[in-house]
Design a protein around this ligand. Structure first.
Ligand code: FES
Ligand code: FES
Length: 163
């Protein structure tokens, strides 16, 4: 199996039944992607495959042959210690145990790439596939809103038009 994860090539002989999440965690040793349920319910295993979010417990690694995968370890740009979304989650205490956080961040990133200024309802729907069992969703939603403002500041004319 051959795939690129966070810009690095990985090549390994594995059984066809190996799940993508297990390839990421056990072969690539990128343990930021979590396994919460293994049944496609919790979203802790969310990564991007060729730019689209996927619950990596629902995909065989062999199906990801030749793809570009992005995991939470790869979201900050070179020279940045934290991505603005991570910074915002940290600032707003949007995590408690942190188990859901990598998947939450990947879903939020996917949402913001497509919708730079989502409404609260759009954020709720963007993270609908991710379950947080301890923090509650208000700080998570606030963090995604704040990160959107930092990542995609409204230009002056648009801001003026809103006043
Ligand atoms: S571990 Fe994949 S959705 Fe829960
Ligand atoms: S912070 Fe614990 S599950 Fe979300």
């Amino acid at each position: 199996m051959n795939m690129r994860i966070n810009g690095k090539e990985y090549s390994s002989d594995q059984e066809a039944r190996l799940l993508l999440v297990d390839f990421i965690r056990d072969v690539a040793k990128l343990t930021g992607t979590h396994i919460g349920c293994d049944t496609s319910n919790c979203g802790a295993c969310t990564v991007m495959v060729d730019g689209k979010t996927v619950k990596s417990c629902t995909m065989f690694a062999v199906e990801a042959e030749g793809t570009d995968i992005l995991t939470v370890e790869g979201i900050s740009k070179e020279g940045e210690s934290l991505h603005p979304l991570q910074e915002s989650f940290w600032k707003n205490n949007a995590l408690q145990c942190g188990y859901c956080t990598p998947g939450m961040l990947m879903s939020a990133l996917f949402l913001l790439e497509r919708n730079h200024h989502p409404t609260t309802d759009e954020i709720k729907s963007g993270i609908a596939g991710n379950i947080c069992r301890c923090t509650g969703y208000f700080p998570i939603i606030r963090s995604i809103k704040e990160a959107s403002e930092k990542l995609y500041p409204l230009d002056h004319d648009r801001t003026a038009g809103l006043m």
